[in-house]
Design a binder for this molecule. Structure first.
Ligand SMILES: [Zn+2]
Length: 409
């Protein structure tokens, strides 16, 4: 097997997954992705949020379980979809280019490469790359799809990978992209990285915000701003950047390796801060909802415009049709039958009138159907607008409340 066996089990629900504190409070109940009611716990020491469903005991090595789960999720990934994936994630590399600097001899690292899209985009942008992924299936697919060498993409877990990197040299910039929430010991991983990383190198992370669609048994925790700060402090990192993507419900955070190696020291969050953290949950949900409504509304408006345009086109066709019928009828009425030829022309004209009338009737039906659709559509737009207005009101209320609490803490 490419991964090492680990004795570590996922901590029970009485201990914080990130800092090991027993000070956990349930701040919310929500349905997980399969509709099961799930308690969301907040650690009042580090500020991380975790669904209690995540405290299930893994049947096997948790790393192996995660590897198997992701290999299943991406089972239809193959060389034919590889290029599209690389294109889709190119924007990630572009947005961090300033931080990464120009490509050099020093590789960019990735822990938990999955299908290898990000590693491929980095490589395609001229960077030397080194990554690890514990799933043998995904590594085989990524090597095939992107032509990675064994050195570029290693099949192993993070611990073994970091041991190898340390034996060979030092660690530079690291991507941990949608991985930290799947890791059994995130603090251990970050401290291990910090212990061998060159000063001023970056760790670039993205993870999910707490939203019902992100509550899987495979997500052990949800990063929050206080937790991101606490984790940085306990690993010797400075915070370079924290950004939200409200439309997808993701949080990106970038750490810069500090020169000092710090001993682990946790400070209990101020009471007001831990209260306000409950508001973060609400705030994320509201912002996400607002973004989604705005997207739906924009799509509905475009569709509405398309429907109006379709009706206009049909109306134009109708009026052309009517003109033809009028011309033909005049022709039939005015023409005297003086020759065989003209009689034939008249028969043809009458047939054409019939066809044109039928088409007019069909077009009328289409226009009527479109009219009904437009009515329904306008009602939907109105409904979306009302929902959006409501979401914006509650969202800005949550935002104001949160800011006030943060200021007073
Ligand atoms: Zn904690």
């Amino acid at each position: 097997m490419g991964h090492e066996s680990r004795a570590t089990m996922i901590p029970p629900s009485t201990i914080c997954h990130l800092c090991g504190s027993e000070h956990l409070v349930t701040v919310q109940e929500m349905a997980d992705t399969s509709g099961r009611p799930t308690a969301i716990q907040l650690c009042t020491r580090c500020g991380v949020l975790r669904p209690v469903v995540s405290s299930y005991v893994a049947q096997n090595d948790p790393v192996l379980e995660q590897a198997t789960y992701h290999a299943e999720v991406w089972s239809d990934f193959g060389p034919e979809t590889a290029e599209q994936l690389r294109k889709d994630v190119q924007g990630i590399v572009d947005s961090f280019r300033r931080i990464l600097g120009e490509p050099s001899d020093s590789p960019v690292f990735e822990i938990g490469c999955g299908r290898g899209g990000l590693l491929a985009a980095l490589k395609g942008s001229g960077y030397r790359v080194r990554g690890c992924e514990p799933s043998e299936e995904l590594v085989a697919k990524a090597r095939k799809g992107f032509d990675f060498s064994k050195e570029e993409l290693t099949c192993c877990g993070a611990d073994e990978f970091l041991n190898r990197v340390q034996a060979e040299g030092s660690l530079g910039h690291v991507f941990i992209w949608h991985v930290i929430e799947h890791v059994v010991d995130p603090l251990g991983l970050m401290r291990r990285i910090a212990s061998i990383q060159k000063p001023d190198s970056y760790v670039i992370l993205q993870g999910p915000c707490l939203l019902p669609e992100h509550v899987f048994p495979e997500h052990y925790m949800f990063p929050t701003e206080p937790a991101i700060h606490a984790l940085a402090k306990n690993c010797g990192y400075d915070i370079e950047r924290i950004e939200y993507d409200y439309s997808l419900g993701f949080i990106t955070f970038v750490y810069r390796r500090n020169h000092d190696v710090v001993p682990e020291a946790w400070v209990e969050l101020p009471q007001s801060m831990s209260t306000s953290l409950a508001m973060i949950v609400e705030r994320h949900a509201q912002q996400h909802r607002e973004q989604r409504l705005m997207r739906d509304l924009a799509a509905a408006r475009i569709l509405g415009e398309d429907r109006y345009a379709a009706v206009d086109r049909q109306r134009l066709l109708l009026s052309e049709r009517e003109r033809t019928i009028f011309d033909l009828e005049r022709l039939v009425a005015n023409e005297r039958i003086v020759s065989q030829d003209e009689a034939q022309r008249r028969v043809v004209a009458e047939e054409e009138i019939q066809t044109a009338n039928r088409m007019r009737w069909e077009l009328d039906t289409v226009v009527e159907a479109q009219r009904v659709l437009i009515q329904q559509h306008e009602a939907r737009i109105l409904h979306l607008e009302q929902l959006l207005e409501h979401a914006q009101t509650t969202s800005s209320r949550a935002e104001r409340f949160f800011r006030r609490l943060v200021r007073s803490s």
